[in-house]
Design a protein around this ligand. Structure first.
Ligand SMILES: Cc1cc2nc3c(=O)[nH]c(=O)nc-3n(C[C@H](O)[C@H](O)[C@H](O)COP(=O)(O)OP(=O)(O)OC[C@H]3O[C@@H](n4cnc5c(N)ncnc54)[C@H](O)[C@@H]3O)c2cc1C
Length: 479
């Protein structure tokens, strides 16, 4: 197996976080050599994988986009292929694209304390690096979450999962049932409704669904009047502050916010619509992610009678569609199982330190970017309650700060040392199915800084910019 030249920083993943990591390394730690290994044959991660009808962002692109290459139109909610293209264009513009090795899934990475380096094995080769930076996302690319129901084999139509949308699937004139009520289901239903004879959202439990304008008029106004960099910065701050405000309000006054959301839904649907049955979740807003829909497109599809909602547990598939426990039958030619993701951190890579396997669930997360007891390993994550990139970019900047500090002091190895009295807490404050299913496999956060993951941009900005970057890190000098 070919062994490549030693690299300072090896980045895994060419999605938004991997490109952001590479840009920040070039900008802030220019002396470091780096390379990206990407399992897929295209750039973009999430925005390349998901190809179902209507796939788009559900947070605004001004905060989802890269701060160093701002989005320049007033379109706030953007379709998946356009986001993928934007990631590619950014990588090309900054000379990152040429340094991505595609179709190189990383399988194993082992740290040797005596050599102070990682040895990383991909399907094609072997690399050594001083620092390993995992920008590999948060879910399993190989498999989505797919419960099974009785009677599936009797169903005469086709069953598809959004993570693997078949190229040849023709929906014109078909009756479609979408199982699920999360972001994926509410995104695809209006797009499917444009082509299909009818589409039914079949949900066991309703979600909070909030309509927002697809275009940001204030952004357009600022873009037309101000220099581009100033406009971009103001739009970004406006949107991130609004996101924080709405999130905080939902957490502090859940009953008010829940009632307001249901009132808005009632206004968007025909008089007498049973909003309590179909749009009234049994949990508080932001216990699970809120679903944002641009310009109320789901409600428009329902008003036009091209889409409808059926609430209740599925008892079984029948040859003609689905049967609910209530006895209701939903006729379908195609069933889409929008049942979610399987969370998977660290890109499914087998990590080991001096031959001992690393089990993520035994570790704490340090400043949201490293694992306790694991040397020279960085992780890029985003927010669950705001745009991902807000946090992954903060992380990238903090990592560069740490690398520069280590270089200045002649240090080769850094390892977060966990205090013995740190209390274990779940890493994400959501009780969504995909989080609950993965809880036992995830690292924990602690009960105090620098071991907490507050899911709050301003707190993180202050902590990542002004607190010492090396608190509770143990260092070893370069040999
Ligand atoms: C349908 C959908 C819609 C979303 N909408 C939004 C939204 O509107 N706003 C928002 O903020 N977030 C959204 N998210 C979250 C989204 O994943 C992030 O916005 C962001 O794209 C994550 O970027 P990433 O680069 O960290 O991870 P990913 O996009 O997941 O990219 C990870 C990359 O790492 C590669 N990789 C993984 N393991 C390995 C390995 N072992 N070896 C080599 N390469 C590997 C993958 O192939 C992939 O290219 C959405 C997610 C989904 C699934």
């Amino acid at each position: 197996m070919e062994v490549s030249k030693h690299i300072d920083v090896l980045i895994v993943g060419a999605g938004i976080s991997g490109i952001d990591a590479a840009y920040r390394l070039q900008e802030r730690s220019p002396g470091k050599s780096w390379l990206i290994l990407e399992a897929r044959d295209r750039i973009g991660g999430t925005w390349d994988l998901f190809r179902y009808p209507g796939v788009r962002s559900d947070s605004d692109i001004f905060t989802l986009g890269f701060p160093f290459r701002p989005w320049r139109t007033d379109q706030a909610i953007v379709e998946g292929p356009a986001i993928r293209q934007y990631v590619e264009d950014t990588a090309r513009e900054f000379g990152i694209f040429e340094r991505i090795r595609f179709s190189e899934g990383v399988l194993r990475a082992s740290w040797s304390s005596s050599d102070a380096r990682w040895t990383v094995e991909s399907a094609k080769g072997r690399y050594t690096c001083s620092f390993l930076w995992l920008a590999s996302g948060y879910y399993d690319y190989a498999q989505g979450y797919r419960p099974q129901w009785p009677g599936e084999s009797e169903f005469a139509g086709r069953i598809v999962h959004p993570q693997f949308w078949p190229k040849d699937l023709e929906l014109a004139g078909k009756r479609v049932a979408v199982i699920g009520s999360g972001a994926t289901a509410v995104t695809m239903i209006p797009a499917i409704a444009e082509r299909a004879a009818h589409v039914t959202m079949v949900q066991r439990t309703p979600s909070y669904i909030v309509a927002r304008p697809g275009r940001d008029r204030a952004a357009g106004w600022l873009q037309r009047r101000l220099p581009p960099a100033l406009a971009a910065s103001l739009i970004r701050w406006k949107n991130l502050l609004l996101t924080i405000y709405f999130y905080d309000r939902a957490r502090k006054r859940p009953a008010d916010v829940s009632r307001r959301i249901r009132e808005e839904v009632a206004k968007a649907l025909p008089p007498g619509y049973p909003v309590e049955r179909d749009f009234s979740p049994p949990y508080k807003p932001w216990d699970q992610r809120l679903c944002l829909i641009p310009d109320g497109d789901l409600f428009a599809a329902m008003r036009s009678r091209k889409a409808s909602v059926a609430t209740g547990a599925i008892e079984r598939f029948t040859p003609a569609g689905l049967k609910l426990a209530s006895g209701e039958e939903i006729a379908a030619d195609v069933v889409v199982t929008a049942t979610g993701l399987n969370m998977r951190l660290a890109g499914g890579i087998d990590l080991a330190i001096d031959g001992k396997p690393v089990r993520l669930s035994e570790h704490f997360i340090y400043k949201g970017m490293m694992l306790s007891g694991v040397p020279n390993l960085f992780l890029s994550f985003g927010y669950a309650n705001a745009s991902w990139t807000l946090r992954s970019d903060l992380t990238a900047r903090a990592i560069c700060r740490l690398l520069n500090r280590m270089a200045k002091r002649g240090l080769g190895t850094c390892t977060p040392a966990v205090p013995s009295d740190l209390a274990r807490q779940p890493i994400l404050g959501l009780n969504s199915g995909y989080v609950k299913r993965a809880e036992a496999l995830l690292p924990s956060q602690g009960d105090r800084q620098p071991w907490t993951v507050p899911q709050h941009y301003i707190r993180d900005l202050l902590a990542m910019s002004f607190r010492r970057i090396d608190e509770t890190l143990e260092f070893v000098s370069k040999a």
